[in-house]
Ligand binder design. Structure first.
Ligand code: SER
Length: 597
């Protein structure tokens, strides 16, 4: 079975259980400041999990592209990926544990679908703690399906709970499904979740049945949701009897290309194996991030910073394999070729992806050359003075000012028999941390978007702004990104020039006029084609015939959007543009706030 077969079977199976197949979303979350990337299929569905009506109904299924870079330094083993595809099915206040688990079991074991032998299946459930009881219901359902209790493991919150990290909102226990790879157990304690590779996690059913309170307590939710996620790469590896996701057809062309370019064999030794995997994984992610409908470019903040780290880490490992300059462009071609049918945006942005990757590779080369020259000066000086330890301050300067990775400094020093004062480096790093802290992706499991009153008001203001920009600047204005916190909105849009003060004033006035008109805000569900015919602004192309929500604000704005919004524009207050600046080539960025009227 190929990955394409798996995806089709999954969607068909859940369609046969009354689910509506919906499109996946962009990798860059819209209107949600809590995460930098879409980390799970549930993420774009947060408004609906919180109670907004979904035009597709209460049972949904799809395949979602995801990025998780929280554990970027772990990538390089056989199962961790920074980009992956997640198949999911959702119940929005519809079915619950019984159906979710039974269908997972049926899909996994039925000969018509995946046909895994039930004996290979182990599951985990939530063990309970002082706030929430053990998930006995899931245990009972699994036992009823024939899974013996010896293969049902009850684990603590760190393993079997999905929810808002440190925030309030819906959350709940989950039950995870593992395939036994047939390897020997690494010891008496070996169990699902163990890293030795005996148990391979492929699917997670989350039961959102609690609302986490500000005081840390959990209250039972009036409504129950199900959120499930199956990893395509991992599942296909298990179906094909491979020991690693990198041995499947999803990675084989990339691995072959790296082998050709380097003249090496991924199996030759552990170090090469790791380098092959890191390069393949990171470049695949980079291609998807740049090639996304809302794609970003390498930079020093937010998503751009993560992207830069991925590309630069790939370059570092490419050096180990002595790949030729320009390798990133060649590997990008291979990724695009493998995925262009399922993700046509990659084909559309083909040239852009290759150019930007090559440019970042080159920039990093220059950084390395500069850093090397700087480091050589330092080392010569040290030798002259008979010193053997590079101070933390100097190592940090190389890292911070020259962008020279610490690992490189360490490696070169090691070769010359010198040491680095790591503690000193860490201290210097901590001091300068505030900037990188803002930039680094928030370690975040879950991702409940903020739906406070203020965020909702700013979201409504974003629609008014979008339309006002089109009226003042022209129809070429298109949303390129939106990020809202309770304090402000940030809106990126295509426009070639800096806005004049007059244009800014005109846009502000137009938005404020709509606020004063106190326009009613409402939505209708319709197909994407109907929405387009009605003249609605739509961000992405979805599947033909797919149901979408179209929000109208009086006669002023009509836009495809998930919501939520305020009911009347009069609630917004006074709209004020704080800043208008360049975001990237051909894209402007506006920051705006709502003030008390
Ligand atoms: N949100 C859960 C996960 O990502 C289930 O989809 O594992």
């Amino acid at each position: 079975m190929t990955a394409d077969d798996l995806k089709q079977k999954y969607i068909d199976f859940f369609a046969s259980k009354g689910h509506t197949a919906i499109s996946g979303s962009s990798l860059i979350p819209q209107n949600d400041p809590t995460v930098l990337f879409t980390t799970a299929g549930m993420h774009p569905l947060v408004p609906y999990l919180l109670g907004e009506a979904h035009p597709g109904g209460s049972r949904l299924t799809n395949c979602q592209k995801c990025i998780r870079t929280g554990d970027i330094d772990e990538v390089g083993d056989v199962s961790h990926l920074t980009f992956f595809e997640m198949l999911g099915n959702w119940s929005l206040g519809d079915y619950f544990k019984e159906e979710a688990i039974e269908w997972s079991f049926e899909f996994l074991t039925s000969k018509e679908y995946l046909g895994f032998a039930p004996e290979l299946l182990s599951v985990t459930v939530f063990a309970g703690n002082e706030n929430v009881p053990r998930d006995d219901e899931s245990v009972r359902i699994w036992e009823g399906l024939g899974i013996p209790s010896a293969r049902i493991y009850a684990l603590p919150m760190e393993d079997n709970w999905w929810g808002p990290a440190g925030q309030t909102g819906p959350c709940g226990p989950d039950t995870e499904m593992f395939i036994d790879t047939g390897k020997d157990a690494c010891g008496a304690d070996c169990r699902p979740g163990c890293r030795c590779g005996k148990y391979f996690e492929i699917w997670n059913d989350v039961f959102m049945q609690y609302d986490k309170q500000a005081d840390g307590g959990y209250v039972k939710l009036g409504r129950h949701n199900v959120d499930t996620g199956m990893g395509v790469e991992r599942t296909i590896a298990m179906l094909q009897g491979k020991a690693s996701v990198f041995e499947t057809e999803l990675f084989a062309p990339l691995m072959q290309r790296i082998a050709q370019m380097s003249g090496r064999d991924a199996q030759a030794d552990a170090v090469s194996g790791q380098a092959f995997r890191v390069i393949a994984d990171h470049l695949r992610s980079a291609v998807f991030i740049i090639g996304d409908e809302q794609g970003v470019l390498p930079g020093n903040l937010g998503q751009g910073y993560v992207l830069r780290r991925l590309i630069r880490r790939a370059v570092r490992f490419a050096k180990q394999l002595e790949l030729p300059a320009g390798f990133s462009r060649q590997l990008a071609e291979t990724v695009i070729e493998s995925y262009r049918k399922a993700y046509p945006e990659l084909e559309r942005r083909h040239a852009h992806i290759c150019t930007e990757l090559a440019a970042e590779e080159e920039r990093f080369e220059k950084t390395l050359t500069r850093g090397m020259a700087e480091l050589n000066k330092v080392l010569e000086n040290m030798k002259k003075h008979g010193q053997t330890v590079v101070s933390g301050r100097v190592a940090f300067r190389l890292y911070d000012t020259c962008g020279f990775p610490l690992e490189f400094t360490e490696e070169i020093c090691r070769e010359q028999g010198l040491e680095i004062d790591r503690d000193g480096f860490d201290k210097a790093f901590e001091k300068h941390r505030s900037v990188s802290k803002q930039s680094a992706e928030k370690a975040f499991k879950g991702g409940m978007a903020d739906h406070s009153e203020m965020t909702t008001r700013l979201h409504t203001a974003t629609h008014l702004l979008h339309k006002a920009l089109q009226q003042v600047l022209g129809e070429h204005v298109q949303q390129k990104g939106s990020n809202i916190t309770p304090e402000r909105l940030r809106f990126d849009f295509s426009h070639p020039d800096k806005m004049t003060p007059e244009q800014i004033a005109a846009v502000e006035a137009l938005v404020n006029e709509q606020i004063e008109r106190d326009l009613p805000v409402s939505y209708k569900a319709m197909t994407l084609e109907e929405a387009q015919t009605a003249g609605a602004t739509a961000l992405f192309s979805g599947k033909y015939g797919e149901q979408v929500k179209v929000y109208s604000m009086g006669d002023f704005s009509l836009e495809v959007c998930g919501g939520p919004h305020v009911e009347k524009t009069g609630k917004l207050g006074r709209f004020k543009i704080k800043k208008e600046e360049s975001s990237s080539a051909g894209v402007r960025r506006i920051r705006a706030v709502l003030q008390d009227a």
